[in-house]
Design a protein around this ligand. Structure first.
Ligand code: FMN
Length: 508
């Protein structure tokens, strides 16, 4: 009997280890021969711990499982009270287009054999048969844009590093993942680490870098340990090292762990942290692509950007580019969280409307109350009211409505949410997380909190000041921390003016 129990941090937080122990104990008691595979998450967090059992028809899903539910698994699968049917046929799975997450939850994350059985290493093999400039062109042609937030075309970034002179270049994978509601990077590193290793190796070969770093946070212990184990296996099997898969290319990598400050995810601050310096933002230019880690040409890419490269190299640029809408090509791993019925990871081509995602896929709020707003793109993202739910999920459509999709985290809030408090939270977050280097962010955010407190106390004369302050932060901040904090603040003010006026009425 083959059974899968996720090792994913979310599943473990919900009791997956206890369920795995209960399965082992129950099987021993009954003398049943079992194999337990600790897999990545299928992304249905509301069903975690999601246990799967192999049958002739496919994998049967059970969840959310508790240790008390385990004994019944051995009495009959279909009659189990938590039986959900075949995993692949669950509506959440059927509606997705899994390209980057194609293997996550399916394979044993640390089995290279399993990885290769599921198309692993095909992209790298193809890359090794091409000239570096051709790889860069393939990634450019795929239309892949950075999934870390800014949406910058990955191929153009790679070309800058490819064309830069210098014997030493680096690939830095940004796995800091500080945005609220985001967990795609973690899920991939825990559930399918070889995909990221493959993507980074392809990037190294393409731009002429021999060394890669994965910068992540200490709050991700499972991802760190999985990834370190995967690197050791890849080295042992000759995928990393002086001769990548027997070629003349050399590429190796290591994990660097930061202490977990939001600003450490900003690429220049991240580079300072990696160099052992205080994580303050650097002024640009010079671009990291030309003067990055230790002053050398460096590709800084998000986990999902790099992990999308193997499928592009395997299936070709045109295959990937065909998904999506407008200039937003390929798929995006939506991360759905907050006050929501079905939270988790849902990979889909760009272009679904925000309403479809929130009401249909995510099933509305967990509280059952109407949705009031959705913050898209982490703590620097704008709040979208239901009136904007027809917005297609693309970089361009969100930008056109003063929003951003960022790393595709969606935080859903019901109608009991006070948007003035959300605006204050955005300013407070910026004040706490600011690296302190530039004045608009360091001081502006503190003044923003004070002014919103005045508004909350009934003095709405502070509102024009907030707009003015936001404009200064937008145009004068050194990085997007100060530059984008105005988005949640101004969107709250624009779409929910009553929440700001009510404060005044309540005070009178
Ligand atoms: N990008 C990430 O990939 N992960 C992060 O956690 C992250 N945090 C950021 C935090 C701040 C305050 C800012 C301003 C930016 C952050 N970014 C983050 C964006 C990076 O600066 C950079 O654009 C990204 O790593 C580039 O990779 P990409 O082109 O693959 O998206």
């Amino acid at each position: 009997m083959k059974i899968w129990v996720p090792l994913d941090s979310a599943a473990v937080a919900l009791g997956a280890d206890d369920v795995a122990d209960a399965i082992t104990a129950e099987a021993a008691k009954r003398g049943v021969d079992i194999t337990i595979v600790r897999n990545g998450s299928r992304g249905m967090v509301w069903l975690e711990p999601l246990v799967e059992v192999a049958t002739d028809d496919g994998r049967l899903a059970f969840g959310p499982m508790e240790p008390e539910d385990v004994a019944a698994l051995f009495d009959g699968l279909e009659s189990h009270p938590k039986a959900l049917g075949l995993t692949e046929e669950l509506p959440w799975m059927v509606r997705q287009t899994r390209l980057t997450f194609a293997r996550c939850g399916i394979i044993d994350p640390l089995s290279l054999h399993d990885y290769e059985l599921h198309h692993g290493l095909k992209g790298l093999k193809r890359a090794l048969s091409m000239a570096p400039a051709e790889i860069v062109q393939e990634v450019t042609d795929s239309g892949l844009r950075g999934r870390g937030g800014a949406g910058f075309p990955t191929g153009i970034k790679w070309k800058t590093v490819h064309d830069a002179a210098g014997p030493q270049k680096y690939i830095v994978c940004n796995a800091d993942e500080g945005d609220s509601a985001t967990f795609a990077d973690r899920m991939l590193m825990e559930g399918d680490p070889f995909t990221l290793i493959e993507g980074m190796a392809i990037a190294g070969i393409a731009v002429g870098a021999t060394k890669g770093y994965i910068y992540t946070r200490s709050e991700y212990p499972v991802a760190i340990s999985q990834f370190q184990k995967a690197i050791e296996i890849a080295r042992r099997e000759g995928i990393l090292g002086p001769r990548v898969m027997g070629s003349d290319y050399s590429f190796d990598m290591e994990v660097r762990v930061g202490a977990g400050a939001y600003v450490c995810g900003e690429e220049t601050s991240l580079l300072n942290s990696m160099e052992g310096k205080r994580a303050v933002v650097r002024a640009k230019p010079p671009l990291p692509a030309l003067e990055g880690f230790m002053g050398k040409p460096t590709v800084v890419n998000n986990v999902i950007s790099l992990a999308s490269v193997p499928v592009i190299m395997d299936r070709g640029a045109a295959f990937y580019k065909n998904y999506g809408m407008g200039r937003s090509h390929g798929t995006m791993a939506l991360q759905i969280a907050g006050n929501v019925k079905y939270g988790g990871l849902f990979e889909t081509a760009f272009g679904l409307s925000l309403g479809e995602i929130v009401e249909d896929i995510a099933g509305g709020t967990a509280s059952g109350r109407p949705v009031k707003a959705v913050q898209v793109g982490g703590p620097l993202g704008a709040w979208f009211p239901p009136a904007l739910f027809d917005t297609p999920f693309t970089y361009e459509d969100f930008a056109a409505k003063d929003g951003l999709i960022g790393h595709a985290g969606l935080t859903i809030a019901d109608d009991s949410t006070d948007m003035l408090k959300m605006a204050r939270f955005a300013m407070e977050f910026c004040a706490i997380e600011s690296c302190g280097k530039c004045t608009p962010c360091r001081i502006g955010a503190v003044r923003g909190v004070e002014t919103l407190d005045r508004v909350a106390a009934g003095d709405t004369s502070g509102l024009p000041l907030i707009t003015d302050l936001c404009n200064t932060m937008k145009s004068g901040s050194l990085c997007a921390l100060g530059g984008f904090t105005p988005y949640p603040v101004l969107s709250a003010l624009t779409h929910f003016p009553d929440d700001f006026a009510t404060a005044k009425e309540a005070a009178e």
